[in-house]
Design a binder for this molecule. Structure first.
Ligand code: TXA
Ligand code: MG
Length: 333
């Protein structure tokens, strides 16, 4: 079992000694390793049970640090980094030659992001002071591969505790603000392609750079894009229309092991026997509570979760994306 800490200095020292440290970000907790350490990066993959072909995001302090990790920086990447960093946006750019294949899954690109969490930034500052270079922390979400991402330190301990060593740490920075992962954009000179919806909306991005659809052509390996990902054990049904809502109502009118989540205004007409897992009043609050609600459904042992989709704008797009994946992962179970 890893130890909990609240000290960024202790976290930086552990990283420099090739240990793993679960770190808070504004999106979800990451399982961090010093990105220059091949030992640490290999351990991230084994602790998560993640296939080696799936690359990890390298977390850096700011837009200036990008030049150290990238071979060249397409103009849209710099524009977006300046607009949204530190924040829930990951840019995929051509990688510097020295970056290891273990980080990039052998691809010619690297995913970079500057997280907006004071403790994480303090760890990066400590590493910069000690190493005199632009430090990077390789960190996928701190969950077992394919499972719901952690938004508290306790979630990390539950999921990964048995897979980590006593010399590893969990840096406790409280509950994550945003609650869903960063938006991933693949950057080329003339614009970006959104590979994963997340904390920054398509609408926000397209205010700064052209957004185009080239998923098939670019063919990135994004595990968060597998159809079944973020899957709880309960069977999740996503409700988008009132006809779908009526159907679920008929199916689960009497069931005692049914949970529901959705915007408070959409929950008013739900049967009383449905357990309110979350009833946020805004879309941002919905994102913030999404993963912990799905976890709670499993903790209580619910058989079914009915998720009422929020409007498909802003963070709503990321929520619907994760709900759809959760529902296809649990279908038939
Ligand atoms: O909010 C987040 O992004 C969180 C926090 C911890 O920063 N991290 C996260 O990491 O969600 P992970 O590993 O669960 O998802 C990162 C995604 C993966 O789907 C991975 O395939 C993709 O980023 N990725 C990494 N490098 C890539 C590359 N060179 N090209 C395309 N996709 C890449
Ligand atoms: Mg993940």
């Amino acid at each position: 079992m890893p130890r909990f800490t609240t000290s960024p200095t202790e976290a930086a020292e552990a990283l420099l000694a090739d240990n793993l440290v679960a770190l808070p970000t504004e999106t979800v907790y990451g399982l961090g390793g010093f990105a220059r350490s091949t030992v640490a990066v290999a351990r991230i993959f084994s602790a998560k049970g993640r296939p080696p072909s799936h690359p990890v995001i390298v977390h850096i302090s700011d837009a200036d640090a990008m030049a150290h990790w990238a071979r060249d920086i397409p103009a849209p990447a710099l524009t977006l980094a300046r607009a949204f960093w530190p924040g829930p946006l990951t840019v995929v750019v051509p990688r510097a030659d020295w970056v290891s294949d273990a980080i990039t899954g052998g691809q010619s690109t690297i995913a970079l992001r500057a997280p907006n969490h004071p403790l994480f930034q303090e760890v990066l500052t400590e590493l910069a002071d000690q190493t005199k270079t632009a430090p990077g922390i390789a960190a996928p979400s701190a969950n077992r591969f394919g499972k719901v991402s952690p938004t508290t330190a306790a979630h990390v301990a539950t999921d990964l505790g048995p897979h980590l060593e006593p010399s590893d740490l969990i840096l406790d920075g409280g509950a994550c603000d945003v609650g869903v992962e960063s938006t991933i954009v693949i950057c080329v000179e003339h614009g970006v392609h959104i590979a994963r919806a997340g904390g920054i909306s398509t609408e926000q991005i397209s205010e700064f750079v052209p957004v185009f659809d080239r998923e098939a052509a670019l063919n990135p390996r994004v595990p968060g894009a597998l159809v079944s990902h973020y899957a709880p054990a309960a069977a999740v049904s996503v409700v988008r229309t009132s006809a779908q809502f009526q159907r679920e109502r008929q199916r689960h009118l009497l069931g005692a092991d049914v949970g529901v989540l959705g915007l408070a205004e959409d929950l008013e007409s739900c049967p009383a026997n449905w357990l309110r897992l979350a009833s946020p009043t805004t879309v941002d609050e919905y994102a913030h509570q999404l993963y912990s609600s799905l976890r709670r459904a499993d903790e209580i042992g619910l058989a079914a979760v009915i998720a009422i989709a929020p409007p498909n704008i802003g963070l709503g797009a990321a929520i619907i994306d994760r709900l759809d994946r959760a529902s296809s992962g649990s279908a038939g179970r």
